[in-house]
Design a protein around this ligand. Structure first.
Ligand code: KIV
Length: 275
């Protein structure tokens, strides 16, 4: 069944959890679609996972469109959300609408996601007025990493918790149809989920949210480095890939690969004629 803003809202209303995974390429998107995941996010985390940057700040509109378009070719039923990269919407409502429009027109996204609360409500209103559904993102918003002084849990004291709750109410009023809550305490995320009528999607925000999102390389165990506390590894694909790469390397070097069955035959007469 094709997921839409309406079916996702219905899932919240009926208490049915929403699954979301990041995705950045066609091959992975085919597998995510086949698995029946509800929504795919072309996160600007691709700056780190696919392009090797330290954070999401260098990611461009061209990067986002390139990866969004690739994923869109694989999806039939899965809902496709694309991130608006740093400085593609903060600068003006005009930039916000033009760049959101590009993600839809050129990337084939069904919705866009942007980071921030009250301070981006004008942009959310303008983009939704252009009939582009908007997902908001609150809590640890990675594009603000320099302002936060690092990747830290948000909303632990009264002032911060109040601010995040007020931001959540503001983005809903501005027209956002969904909100991602990243790295906020479970009880705060649960309270926000109860107060909002739109779905909340948590990442490091506990089980009280209406749905969950993870970066796919994290949940597949593709990185060896330090994992955030909220990541559960559902497989050890990184280890398997490395073992397969090593086996290939050894097989090429010791002549075990390729074998006869991996080659194409030709008539000896042809070879004789050109020798
Ligand atoms: O960029 C991203 O992948 C995200 C998720 C972590 C929510 O914003």
């Amino acid at each position: 069944m094709k997921r839409t803003v309406t079916t996702l809202q219905k899932q919240k209303n009926e208490g049915k959890k929403i699954s979301m995974l990041t995705c950045y390429d066609y091959t992975t998107a085919c597998l995510v679609e086949a698995a029946g995941v509800d929504t795919v996010l072309i996160g600007d985390s691709l700056g780190m996972t696919m392009l090797g940057y330290d954070d999401t700040l260098p990611v461009t509109m061209e990067d986002m469109i390139h990866h969004t378009r690739a994923v869109s070719r694989a999806l039939k039923d899965t809902f496709l959300i694309a991130d608006m990269p740093f400085l593609s919407y903060q600068t003006s409502t005009y930039d916000a609408v033009v760049n959101a429009g590009r993600l839809v027109k050129e990337g084939h996204a069904q919705a866009v996601k942007l980071e921030g609360g009250a301070k981006v409500c004008e942009q959310i209103e303008a983009i939704t007025r252009a009939d582009i559904p908007v997902v908001a993102h609150l809590g640890l918003t990675p594009q603000s990493v320099n302002a936060f002084g690092g990747f830290k849990v948000q909303g632990k004291n009264v002032d911060q918790a109040k601010q995040i709750l007020e931001d959540a109410l503001a983005i809903e009023k501005a027209g956002a149809f969904m909100v991602v809550l990243e790295c906020v305490p479970e009880k705060l995320a649960t309270l926000i989920t109860e107060k909002l009528s739109i779905p909340t999607i948590g990442i490091g925000a506990g089980a009280g949210c209406d749905g969950q999102v993870l970066v796919y390389q994290d949940m597949l165990g593709m990185f060896n480095g330090i994992q955030p506390k909220f990541v559960k590894q559902f497989a050890q694909i990184g280890k398997e890939m490395k073992e397969a790469f090593s086996a290939y390397d050894a097989a090429v070097k010791n002549g075990e690969f390729p074998q006869k069955e991996h080659t194409f035959a030709i008539d000896d007469d042809v070879i004789k004629a050109i020798s």
